[in-house]
Design a protein around this ligand. Structure first.
Ligand code: ZN
Ligand code: ZN
Ligand code: ZN
Length: 202
């Protein structure tokens, strides 16, 4: 016998909240499964009959526990909600709340990481301006790009200023043009785009 994923899914979902069963309760009338909170909420409403079979004898006290299904749901492994940000963790439902709090890919943690990277980059730029460290155009370009995407246009301009090839590299000229454009210097931006275009066609 085989059951499709959809059939199993239906078995472990609550038909009131359409989410995975939480604190499973079974109705004695028709053996339908619900979350405790969902069926409690339903029974507190004026319609005191079973949401599935309309039995009028259903009460909160008559609800049954279903430990086997609850254990099954609790042990299912779920993808972390931050999977799109790169988290590869598969977590049991019961651990999901804890994982979300600790996940290194949460938007708060990622923002903090980005902020730290920005601070570090500003330190590198500062040391470079002071002549305390020498960095290549490629590293400066990456720094400038980071500052640009974080809207720190002044630092981006300072990086570009320090690049040896700033007059001769098409990608640096384009970055320069983007910075000028985003700081509302459209004339400068246009001139730079034209310059970059000439490089592309020379
Ligand atoms: Zn529910
Ligand atoms: Zn029922
Ligand atoms: Zn995660």
């Amino acid at each position: 016998m085989t059951a499709s994923k959809g059939e199993i899914q239906r078995l472990i979902e609550c038909c009131i909240c359409c989410d995975y069963l939480n604190d499973v309760r079974e109705t004695p009338c028709c053996h339908q499964l619900f979350c405790l909170a969902c069926i409690q909420g339903w029974l507190q409403k004026s319609t005191k009959n079973c949401p599935r079979c309309r039995s009028t004898t259903l009460t909160e006290q008559s609800l049954l526990k279903n430990i086997v299904i609850q254990r099954f749901v609790d042990n299912l492994l779920f993808e972390c909600p931050n999977a799109l940000h790169g988290c590869e963790a598969k977590v049991a439902k019961s651990d999901l709340v804890k994982h979300k709090r600790l996940c290194a890919f949460s938007s708060e943690k990622l923002a903090a990481k980005q902020q730290a990277k920005l601070e570090e980059s500003r330190t590198i730029l500062f040391r470079c301006k002071e002549g305390k460290t020498q960095i290549t155009d490629n590293v400066l370009y990456d720094l400038a790009n980071l500052f640009y995407t974080e809207h720190d246009y002044d630092s981006a301009k300072e990086c570009i200023e320090l690049m040896k090839e700033k007059e001769h590299s098409q990608k640096i000229i384009i970055l320069q043009a983007q910075v000028e454009r985003d700081t509302n210097h459209y004339d400068k931006a246009l001139a730079l785009y034209i310059k970059a275009y000439r490089y592309a066609n020379s």
